[in-house]
Design a protein around this ligand. Structure first.
Ligand code: GLY
Length: 385
């Protein structure tokens, strides 16, 4: 391959590398739920954990390319069976992140394998998510009370990525209720989380009875008034998806504002520190490669939703980020399970700092897949929209 060809075809080469890694990982992981990696091996999470959908999501990405890979499908189906059972067996442990879990597992299984049971699981999860809506504050409650804290008035930015499950469910049942809840939540986030400069809060707390705003909280960010980089990535991608599903201009404008902030605050290698507002501009602090992967996939979604003239800038920024992840952050050792090094899970609690994370791996795989297929949509919920 000439240097020019290598330059043009690198996303295909990167995708083949990723698909090979997922096939190898399927041997060591099987039907289980990877979370973060230590010493080259993934720790496993229970099926009710918010990360449970990412591994079956990765298996479906490879399977949709090559439906003869029955073994990968069988593992994904076994994962979905476990995730589906949490609707009964771990109902009180589930929360707003059912969008990540059931969207990538059950919706994919329904859309790619026509499984009606998986569809029912996804619709039940959508009902659970809609049931977390607080009409006084017009937000979806994020978490149960845990860690000795009362969370009934807490909404978090990550929830923007759970909204596609509601949009999808509304389309499937031919009833706008779930879409309306998603839009009301997105409007609250736009008003209360997104700052004029395009940075976003992680958590905003409301009085759960009156809906009155109490204030922003640091959450997984450095401070209440800082800018957690993965939160910005969830917001960018989530608003882009809300635009794809609703066609509302305010959502694409929000995605563009957040994207401009994200890109303007990247260091030279296009991969952010774990927060955009750290002392000394983050020098000496860990990066979060997962934030780069999520944002890059979101930028590709945004670019695909805009005209070529409007979307070109976002697509080029996504390519820069993904090229940097591929050349500087991708794991080369075939014996390591992770795909991407140098992600940060939760810095303040020292949970998976400078480690591979399954959601970083998922969005890296998804973004490279989209790039290598020029404009393809990987999200199971938007793929059919
Ligand atoms: N949704 C949790 C996280 O991004 O860490």
């Amino acid at each position: 391959m000439s240097a020019t060809e290598a330059n043009t075809h690198w996303p295909q080469v990167a995708w083949e590398h990723i698909a090979g890694k997922i096939r190898r990982m399927s041997e060591s992981v099987g039907p289980a739920f990877p979370n973060g990696a230590k010493d080259g091996k993934y720790d496993l999470a229970p099926a009710h954990d918010w990360v449970a959908g990412f591994w079956p999501g990765m298996l479906w990405l490879v399977y949709r390319e090559n439906p003869r890979e029955e073994r990968l499908k069988e593992i994904a189906v076994a994962c979905e069976r476990e995730i589906g059972r949490t609707l009964w067996e771990a109902f009180d442990r589930l929360h707003h992140d059912v969008g990540f879990m059931f969207g990538l597992s059950s919706v994919n299984q329904y859309e790619l394998a026509g499984d009606g049971e998986a569809k029912r699981h996804a619709l039940m999860a959508a009902s659970l998510l809609a049931g977390r809506y607080n009409p006084a504050g017009r937000f979806i409650r994020a978490w149960p009370d845990w860690g000795g804290e009362e969370h009934s008035g807490w909404a978090i930015i990550d929830c923007m990525m759970n909204l596609p499950l509601l949009y999808w469910a509304s389309r499937e049942i031919g009833d706008p209720r779930y879409r309306l809840i998603a839009e009301m939540h997105a409007d609250t986030v736009l008003r209360e989380f997104v700052l004029p400069d395009g940075s976003v809060h992680h958590i905003v707390s409301f009085d759960p009875a009156t809906g009155e705003r109490r204030g922003a909280l640091a959450g997984q960010g450095f401070a209440a008034d800082s800018a957690w980089s993965r939160g910005a990535a969830w917001a960018l991608y989530g608003f882009a998806l809300s635009y794809v599903w609703t066609g509302q201009a305010r959502y694409v404008q929000a995605a563009e504002r957040i994207a401009r902030y994200f890109v303007a605050h990247l260091p030279d290698d296009h991969v952010p520190y774990w927060d955009f507002k750290l002392p000394e501009d983050g020098r000496g602090m860990p990066r979060d490669s997962s934030a780069a992967a999520i944002a890059a996939s979101g930028l590709l979604e945004l670019a695909a939703a805009l005209s070529p003239a409007e979307g070109g800038w976002y697509r080029t920024r996504a390519e820069e980020m993904l090229r940097s992840l591929y050349t500087r952050y991708a794991v080369e050792d075939p014996l390591e399970e992770g795909l991407l090094l140098h992600a940060t899970g939760y810095y303040a609690q020292k949970i998976y700092v400078d480690a591979p994370l399954i959601y970083g791996d998922y969005y890296y795989a998804e973004a490279i897949w989209k790039l290598s297929r020029a404009g393809a949509r990987a999200d199971p919920q938007t793929a059919g929209s």
